[in-house]
Design a protein around this ligand. Structure first.
Ligand code: SAH
Ligand code: SF4
Ligand code: F3S
Length: 486
């Protein structure tokens, strides 16, 4: 936890009027909730526990770290168990099954609340930005205490305080915001790597996608605030950062002093002590030559590009409103590979978009074969109410989609298995992240190209960048041996 923020909270006087200005207002509520947690904890004779469950993408993962930062400052201890005093689900709604998973979990948790009546249950995140979902929760899951959305997660302490003063469900959902509140507590999952938001929202409106509706309009953070945050993280021991945005290539367009993503990278590269820079997601429609150049000349930007294609058919891409076609995408990949021959390229693909014909699907397979992705996330098209694609004719039958999906999976696997293992014998740099889940004598490190390597070692190496010789390929990962620390 950031000591400066802790001091600021300590200095707050609860007898004064509630501050109007952020983040002071939240510091006030954090302190107020802290009093409640302290008293209840004394009464129960044990510390109070909080459980945060995250669905969805890295944006949500980062948001959850902010939620946890606030909860810990309030006085809750983090627990992995849902049998907690405060439980929050940070939801995702990008595909139908994300929603169903939440309902399943809520069904289970209602019993815990009966046993532990002071338990507070909160829901936030993308799914809560959908009116229909909130209506359903209000009707069928009345034991939920707090609901808020994606734009006001910084208000968690205030909402908890409201709940403590009220018997009814607290609902606070904003349609959109132009506000970015800085300087709130964050509790990072890893000590040595961190996500960093560089922008919020999305303006692209791909026709299948719900994100622009639930995350609002695109807003970029000020480059100075980003650099300052990373400098602080580095001081705290972080060596790798992942810059986060729905389309990082349009970073800076909403700023008064226009800055490009490539220019931001140049500034971040200068930060001393920072070793590795990653980013996601770049949209192929506006990936600039400037960015390729900056990557090529950089010593810190990892040789990995996650470049979602979605479909290989230009006709489908047009209906998806992706603003690029197959030829543009393939030319872009050629350009990237020519500049950085050792780069690893990964992608996202949707199967069964409305109107997708067998020919369209074959175009997707063709791109997969041509690009030779190191790996690909493959998704079955999911109809999201409110998006243009949901009302398109020619929705594809589940049988056809499943058959195509299996063919795609086979192709992706067969191609990545051919390229897997190409680095056997090489010495590479890996950031040691964890003790191996299945074999505690092995450590797990991540190479620059995002591929994992397991090697004998001990937990004192966690957070360090080490040289590892790749001995053996196991398909999606390597087995190696430590050569010596950097
Ligand atoms: N901003 C990123 C993607 C964020 S969503 C980008 O543009 O690349 C992550 C992935 O979910 C998308 O790349 C897409 O492949 C998938 N996705 C989004 N909406 C979907 C839907 N309705 N059905 C199936 N997959 C979807
Ligand atoms: Fe969704 Fe497209 Fe925005 Fe990505 S760029 S979040 S796929 S609308
Ligand atoms: Fe899901 Fe929201 Fe991310 S809908 S994929 S958590 S932006």
């Amino acid at each position: 936890m950031n000591i400066d923020i802790e001091k600021l909270i300590e200095n707050i006087d609860l007898d004064m009027l509630t501050p109007e200005i952020e983040p002071d207002r939240q510091y006030y509520y954090i302190k107020k909730c802290h009093e409640y947690v302290k008293q209840l904890s004394q009464k129960l004779g044990r510390p109070l526990k909080a459980n945060v469950t995250t669905f969805g993408c890295q944006m949500n993962t980062r948001d959850s770290e902010k939620l946890l930062g606030i909860l810990e400052e309030i006085g809750y201890e983090q627990t992995e168990s849902e049998e907690a005093d405060f439980v929050i689900f940070n939801t995702c709604t990008v595909r139908e099954n994300a929603n169903n998973r939440l309902y399943g979990r809520l069904g289970r948790i209602s019993n815990s609340k009966k046993i532990n009546p002071h338990m507070i249950i909160a829901l936030c995140g993308c799914m809560m930005q959908e009116e229909k979902a909130v209506e359903k929760i209000k009707k069928s899951y009345r034991f939920v205490d707090i609901i808020f959305g994606t734009h006001n997660i910084y208000k968690l302490a205030e909402l908890i305080s409201d709940k403590l003063d009220s018997k009814s469900m607290i609902i606070d959902i904003w349609k959109d915001t132009d506000k970015i509140v800085e300087e709130l507590p964050v509790e990072r999952k890893y000590t040595f790597k961190s996500g960093v938001n560089i922008m919020f929202g999305c303006n692209n409106f791909c026709s299948y996608c719900i994100v622009p509706y639930v995350r609002g309009r695109e807003r970029s953070r000020n480059p100075k605030a980003i650099v300052m945050e990373i400098e602080k993280l580095v001081k705290d021991g972080v060596v790798e950062i992942m810059l986060l945005g729905q389309n990082v290539n349009s970073y800076g367009r909403t700023l008064e002093d226009k800055t490009t993503f490539a220019q931001l990278l140049i500034e971040i590269e200068k930060i001393e002590g920072l070793e590795r820079i990653r980013f996601m997601t770049p949209h192929p429609k506006d990936l600039s030559n400037e960015l390729i150049e900056v990557m090529k000349n950089s010593k810190k930007i990892c040789r990995h590009m996650h470049l979602p294609i979605q479909s290989g058919s230009s006709a489908i891409l047009k209906k998806m409103n992706r603003i690029y076609d197959k030829e543009h995408y393939l030319a872009l990949v050629d350009k990237i590979k020519a500049a950085m021959p050792d780069i690893s390229i990964t992608t996202d693909i949707i199967v069964g978009f409305p109107g997708e014909t067998e020919e369209d699907f074959l175009e997707t397979l063709d791109v997969v074969r041509k690009v030779k992705y190191d790996s690909a996330f493959t998704y079955i098209y999911s109809k999201r109410t409110g998006t243009p694609a949901a009302s398109m004719e020619d929705q594809i039958s589940p049988e056809v989609i499943n058959e195509r999906f299996n063919r795609l999976l086979k192709e992706v696997k067969s191609i990545s298995s051919k390229t897997a293992g190409k680095d056997v014998g090489k010495i590479v740099k890996a950031l040691v992240e964890d003790v191996n889940e299945h074999n505690p004598s092995l450590m797990t490190g991540r190479m620059g190209n995002n591929i994992l390597v397991h090697f004998p070692g001990d937990s004192s190496l966690i957070g360090k960048i080490v040289d590892v010789k790749l001995d053996q390929s196991k398909g999606f990962y390597y087995i190696g041996v430590l050569c010596g620390e950097l």
